[in-house]
Design a protein around this ligand. Structure first.
Ligand code: NDP
Length: 307
């Protein structure tokens, strides 16, 4: 007789994101019909980075598909900071634009924090402005970074009330780890943030009811770091060579997370796959933030986007 291996329930981010996009699209249609307000998202890209070009094209298409206005500003790599700041100022002043996203990374000669800091915080749909970081820290309404917001939605859909749960977040970046910690603290989790200097990371991870991995190191978090039954949210997006040597020789890659999925799935209670977990939530939350920003700009209470 072979021992049956338990398998975690998969948290289907792709399906959840599709539902959220449907709700945002419906709410957008109501906002247009009832108030004559069409949410508008401006995306600014500087330079020719191929991955960024793909992301920006995708964002534009998804924005239009949700019934919103989409403006894309493509600037050459040689663009100077003053020109970029002038564009941000013009978008801040444009009442038809409710969300502004500057695609990162910017070329090295541009001061990224100066550009992000120039965006009107109420149009900062990426949630990276220090004003929005501050609002999140003190519990004021603001715009929350899309990836951690998406993780929180998945956690609440999977677990319901999160209060009292031990959450360990591996990674302390301003775009994922720190805002994730703030969001889980606001849900009354007991939150620990781990990073590259954390001592005995495996033992710390084993204390987690909720383990969020946002490290950028392929499959770093092993199955035996996970408490049996824990909920694992894998934010990592890493490209490794294809498992098939012939395809790998052609440069073909596969996506893996920061969690060793094949091990983790036998220990965790619930887990997000990569791809198809957190990834699709990011663009869905960008659309949700744009809708929310458009409502707030008009003094309209946004419709609930809950499932
Ligand atoms: P950063 O590189 O900005 O941050 C990584 C964090 O991981 C840092 O805090 C770093 O610690 C920590 N870290 C690195 N190595 C270790 C280690 N050996 N042990 C413990 N902690 C470690 O990454 P991001 O937060 O931007 O992204 C994290 C991952 O999430 C990436 O794979 C990225 O591709 C993915 N991502 C996915 C998104 C999506 O789903 N749409 C969106 C954004 C990111 P320290 O601070 O000490 O250096």
């Amino acid at each position: 007789m072979t021992a049956e291996t338990a398998r975690a329930t998969l948290i289907d981010g792709k399906a959840f994101a599709a539902g959220l996009v449907d709700r945002v699209t419906a709410a957008t249609a109501r906002l247009i019909a009832d108030r004559g307000i069409k949410p508008g998202l401006a995306v600014v890209i500087v330079g020719e980075d191929p991955a960024s070009q793909v992301y920006v094209r995708n964002k534009g298409e998804r924005t239009l598909a949700a019934g919103m206005r989409s403006d894309t500003h493509r600037l050459p790599d040689s663009t100077d900071q003053e020109t970029l700041l002038a564009l941000v100022a013009a978008l801040n002043a444009d009442s038809g634009i409710h969300g502004i996203l500057v695609q990162l990374p910017l070329p090295a000669h541009i001061d990224t924090s100066a550009v992000l800091g120039a965006i009107d915080p109420d149009k900062d749909v990426d949630g990276f402005h220090v004003v929005n970081a501050g609002r999140l820290a003190v519990g004021l309404p603001g715009l929350v970074p899309c990836t951690p917001l998406g993780c929180l939605m998945l956690l609440k859909a999977a677990l319901g009330d999160l209060s009292g749960l031990n959450a360990v977040i591996v990674g302390r970046s301003n775009i994922v780890g720190k805002p994730m910690a703030q969001l889980l603290l606001a849900e009354s989790c007991t939150v620990t943030i781990a990073h590259s200097r954390t001592r005995d990371l495996p033992a710390l991870c084993r204390t987690a009811d909720i383990l969020v991995a946002a490290v950028g190191r392929p499959e770093m978090i092993r199955g035996d770091w996970i408490r049996p039954g824990a909920t694992v949210i894998d934010v990592g997006i890493n490209r490794l060579p294809s498992r098939d040597p012939a395809r790998a020789a052609e440069g073909k890659t596969r996506l893996v997370g920061d969690v060793a999925f094949d091990e983790a799935v036998t220990v965790a209670g619930r887990i997000t796959p990569v791809p198809g977990g957190v990834g699709p939530m990011t663009i869905a939350c960008l659309l949700a933030n744009t809708y929310t920003a458009a409502c707030r700009a008009a003094g309209v209470t946004p419709d609930s986007l809950d499932a």
